[in-house]
Design a protein around this ligand. Sequence first.
Ligand SMILES: NC(=O)c1ccc[n+]([C@@H]2O[C@H](COP(=O)([O-])OP(=O)(O)OC[C@H]3O[C@@H](n4cnc5c(N)ncnc54)[C@H](OP(=O)(O)O)[C@@H]3O)[C@@H](O)[C@H]2O)c1
Length: 336
Amino acid sequence: MKALLGECQSGIYIGSMHKARIKQDRIAVIGYGSQGRAMGLNLKDSGYVVAIALPPKSKSRRLAKKDGFKSVGTISQIVKEADIICFAFPDYLHGRVYDRDIRNNLKKNATLLFLHGFSVHFGFVKLPKSSDVILMAPHAPGLMVREKFLGDRSLSAFYAIAQNRSGNAANKALHLAAAIGFKKRNLVKTTFELETIGDLFGEQAVLCGGLASLIKNGFEVLIENGVPAVNAYLEVAYQLDQIIALIKKFGINGMFDRISVAAQLGSIGTGPYVVDRSVKKRMQQKLKEIVSGNFARELNSLSKSHVKSLKHKTRLLSNRQFEQAVRKFNITISKG
Ligand SMILES: NC(=O)c1ccc[n+]([C@@H]2O[C@H](COP(=O)([O-])OP(=O)(O)OC[C@H]3O[C@@H](n4cnc5c(N)ncnc54)[C@H](OP(=O)(O)O)[C@@H]3O)[C@@H](O)[C@H]2O)c1
């Protein structure tokens, strides 16, 4: 079957770091949530002049001021003075906010820095011709990006250039990466397209949606057959981080080499039976919907009330007894 996606020379970035300093550039971080706070604080601590841009009634303004940012203003005010604009607010709002508050206030040659390729790849943000456009997508939530920076340890991130109008976009990207806390050896080169499609598919089919369904089903089978809820939670979810740690270090083969013979034998018969080829077929279907832009259009048309209702709908992906078991076990172990 023909590949759905364009090609990219994949691999860890190993280019040499340009010496030019760009710290005098003023950076507007739009949004002060998970990634915005980490980006703002890390860039500021690395010596950049950072201003935080938020809607007039934003709840996040107080936190940004409390964290020591002197310049906290509206998006149109802050963008006018910025050399680099970091899109650190929800992807489904990028197009609307760009058209209303960013496009007409952009300095000529301002660099656009995205943390996800979504709004550029699907064309919701129409790129200005004179800008460099960079992607720096962390492989972790903002809190970890900040923690690793403070602990002087590096995380990995995807990195891509959509437009290189200055001829210097790659160097800018590397300087920004270093200032955010991503070491050069931990940058994985990609394209906006591959990052967007891979990220959406990964979180929907495997990491978040797929995993939640697998855990929920496993949990329900155990409790419906008499296993107490806390025990079932411990069996199907609690130990996942240890299995993932093994997979991350040694691969799936290495994980199997390090588990019991019973787990090995049982996995051979049960794994591909429970998660069979029909699952892969449905994954292929979901990937097509992502690539076609159907999912992107749905996401991009969300209203505030839709977003609020999502919280309610995601509750259906878990099980009340599972959530109670998590709380109960956490209380038990917190007592030592
Ligand atoms: N979170 C992650 O783990 C993660 C990982 C990798 C990449 N990313 C990418 O990082 C970017 C930011 O994601 P995030 O998870 O950090 O977002 P987020 O936490 O949901 O962003 C919330 C922030 O955006 C502000 N905001 C809300 N509406 C806004 C508007 N119309 N204009 C400007 N700011 C607005 C919020 O202000 P209020 O407090 O007033 O609502 C809040 O400060 C996205 O591109 C995302 O894909 C995220």
